[in-house]
Write a protein that binds this ligand. Sequence first.
Ligand code: OXD
Ligand code: MN
Length: 595
Amino acid sequence: MNVTVKNKKLSQWIKEVADLCKPDDIYVCNGSKEEYDQMVKTLIDSNIAIPLKKRPNSYLFRSDPSDVARVEDRTYISTQSQDEAGPTNNWIDPTELKELMKGFYKGCMTGRTMYVIPFSMGPIGSPIAKIGVEISDSPYVVINMHIMTRVSDRVLELLGTDGDFIPCLHSVGAPLEKGQEDSIWPCAPIENKYISHFPEENLIWSYGSGYGGNALLGKKCLALRIASAMARRESWMAEHMLILRLTNPEGKQYHIAAAFPSACGKTNLAMMQPSLPGWKCECVGDDIAWMKIGPDGRLYAINPENGFFGVAPGTSYDTNPMAMDSLKDNVLFTNCALTDDGDVWWEGMDGDEPAHAIDWKGNDWTPESSHDAAHPNARFTALASKCPVICEDWEKPEGVPIDIFVFGGRRGTVVPLVYESLNWEHGVFLGATAASETTAANIGAVGNLRRDPFAMKPFCGYNMGDYFQHWLNMGEKLGDKRPRIFYVNWFRRSEDGKFLWPGFSENSRVLKWMCDRVDGKAGAEETPIGLIPKDGELDTSGLDISSEDMKELLHVDTKAWKAEIPDIENHFSVFGDRLPEKLRNQLKEFEKRLG
Ligand code: OXD
Ligand code: MN
């Protein structure tokens, strides 16, 4: 081991893990540039990282074709009782799961180095931040953690001898025999992969996968699943939300936190550049928000991450210029295609398709090929500080005050472009019933409606019925300082199938209406589903959109909404008596208003 660890819990845990996993060596990370460069050099020398001629300090990685995404059906919330994990999570008894996983962990790091990665989720020392330590046998994980979290020896200093942290154990699950050559992406077969969370003891054990949220344990595992359970106990919120700052032409700032299921353009909205003259939008975060009530009673949010782990395909100067500008240097790419001139490429990127490339599996690809060049879940790992519109206050330890919550989904029909909740409880009802149509990115038939409450279905570390109650409780604590709650749908289509709303930078018009509502400047019309912009109140100046299309976008089709009721009842029924009475009443009231 390269340094002496002073923290008692940490040194004890390192010893326990080393005794179990039997690594050849132990290395404690300090987060320095030299460490990153050294790790990259080793990865280049073993032909695992491919340097990109066109982007300084940027590298391409190719995963094993069996290890390309988060594995939700191998993800467990392991609590004493199954009821605590609730109906939306996979569950195994903690004693049983630990025994089973110890069997896998035994000797699993033989032939490899065990890296100890101290990291902070949130600015180091922020009152909202949390410290984690990941133990991993993957150097790819180490360099990704360098970007996605704050890895630093200052974290160890902060821990002192007795400080507490969240232990995150990770192994790719591929020990090496003496002389055995390593593969470019070691991992275990799918049936041996386990992404396990023990929220009652703030503990994460991940085995068998090297990819994204399965392996970079600060993100979904710590910052959402474990943090959501901590947040309930400690009266704060850990949400799957982007955070943005909007500034109006008079210089007034508004902070918006928005939750959308995957494939609804969350990263695009987080970095959106308003089409409305004089309005400015800055990104605080694109995926996760941790929020606490501040001394003035308002809700303050930080982005616990340090980078973006974004989906590459579909990202372009058209859809997200600010993301593209964040990818010029110091980026790690995974499962993108490699062009002949040494750049990355993916479907949906600007410009012409390359005449030839090497696909994500390492094979020749031409536009005539029958498959995609980049994997649909190919990713970039980029520093948030590289984003040209990163908010100057994005690392403010106390966070930014949230004025507005937005929920949404992808709906071709029924759901209008925007509406406001009637009150907090109704807003919680909107979050709890949020739904989206499945896309090619989801499993199952395209166009199916999937309820994904608060976009947290795969990320809530406890019973989701109790999570709904936690939202209601937070509303009570916030009192008149509650953020306003809105619901949006950028994806409504006309009868002939065309998108009615242009989206992207034009979404600023919808955000402006929300800000004007907060300031009491914009009118709204009460409908059975909530408050819709009054005729002419949504700023469409300079936008080429017909009044018929605007009407259709804001139309509340009572009959269509009535037809949704059985699906909502069905969705609520799985929570049994853990469904808050107030939400049951919200549903009744909604039915009544629909007539
Ligand atoms: C993500 C996700 O990668 O939500 O952020 O799946
Ligand atoms: Mn996400």
